[in-house]
Design a protein around this ligand. Structure first.
Ligand code: NAP
Length: 307
């Protein structure tokens, strides 16, 4: 698969950016990958790990002559980064981002970029609870979706080139309206994260169950919540601040369903519970059939990790 860009600039060098760089290495990208990050420590780590061809000190230097600029910073930092790089972008370059929220990013970034560049918002639906410059790996995007939310009137060739880029990294690409993206992600990612944060917080607050009991006897359900709740606090703060409406709508529905299940438990309505759990089990099967997760018991962790 060929990549249409000669120079790719990565702004921010965390999980997503470092995974992009690793994946570019894996496919033998012949162009140049230039990276930068806010702190000297992150730049130093990235330099040591060597997944970029060049690490530079400033965002302005990174975007010089870049054909593709990928904004890989938390959603709340996108506006400032866009303003910083704007005067230095090459005419005809494509600027994209990987932010987990799309409407908010578009509102903040689009007005700050010059009309001479193609701005194509994007979101790879791939991640882990790890963050930072040493957390990336080449296969992160394999068989995962990357959603592009191009604005009306965007040059189709620029969209096709960005699509080809993500496909070369191993992803499948689809397009979506930004508002719809934010609603879908509120259901599939944002609300579940908030629920995981809450459940881990509840366990932490429950004084009748000691902290060591929570840790030592953590069963699969709670352990999976703790993995999600270990995600980067800055990233997730920004997600909720920027996807307010959709997240609140989904949490409203969640609360209603929770009340219905609470009532079924109180009334001893086993049929309701059984029907509900049968329906939800089918969704898990659908995810496995779509190749989006493993069907191995306990996510294939094996007996050692589960004991
Ligand atoms: P990460 O590992 O925490 O890395 C974030 C990077 O952004 C770091 O290089 C950091 O620089 C830089 N940064 C932080 N605050 C900044 C600021 N105010 N100004 C400029 N740079 C700043 O994050 P990530 O997981 O790669 O996430 C990056 C983006 O991808 C986010 O928008 C997130 O919503 C999105 N995303 C994440 C996932 C996921 O699961 N993690 C999945 C899909 C999309 P320093 O290290 O120098 O501080």
């Amino acid at each position: 698969m060929s990549i249409a860009y000669k120079r790719v600039a990565l702004i921010g060098l965390g999980l997503i950016a470092s995974s992009i760089a690793h994946a570019l290495r894996r496919v033998g990208f012949e162009g140049e990958v230039v990276g930068t990050a806010r702190t000297a420590a992150t730049r130093e780590t990235a330099r040591d790990l060597g997944y970029c061809d060049r690490i530079v000190e400033t965002e302005q230097d990174a975007v010089q002559d870049a054909d593709l600029v990928v904004l890989c910073v938390p959603v709340g930092a996108m506006a400032q980064v866009a303003a910083n790089i704007s005067p230095y972008l090459k005419a005809g370059a494509t600027v994209t981002d990987v932010g987990s929220v799309k409407e908010g990013v578009i509102q903040e970034v689009a007005p700050r970029l010059p009309e001479t560049v193609h701005f194509i918002p994007g979101h790879p639906l791939a991640g882990t609870e790890q963050s930072g410059p040493a957390s990336g790996f080449a296969s992160l995007f394999d068989n995962r979706w990357c959603l592009l939310t191009p604005l009306p009137g965007t040059d189709p060739k620029a969209v096709a080139d960005l699509t080809g880029f993500w496909e070369a990294l191993g992803a499948k690409v689809d397009q979506m309206e930004p508002a719809h993206h934010d609603l879908v992600l509120a259901v599939t990612s944002h609300a579940p994260h908030l629920i995981a944060y809450t459940m881990v917080g509840v366990a932490d607050d429950l004084r009748r169950v000691t902290a060591s009991e929570v840790v030592n006897y953590s069963a699969a359900g709670f352990r999976d919540f703790t993995r999600i709740a270990a995600s980067d606090p800055t990233m997730w703060r920004d997600v909720f601040l920027n996807n307010k409406q959709a997240t609140l709508e989904i949490l409203g529905r969640f609360t209603e369903e929770l009340f219905a299940l609470q009532r079924a438990i109180r009334r001893g309505d086993g049929d309701h519970l059984h029907d509900y759990f049968t329906r939800t089990r089918a969704i898990r099967r659908g995810i496995i059939e779509a190749g989006q997760d493993t069907d191995a018991p306990d996510f294939g962790r094996g007996p050692k990790e589960t004991s």
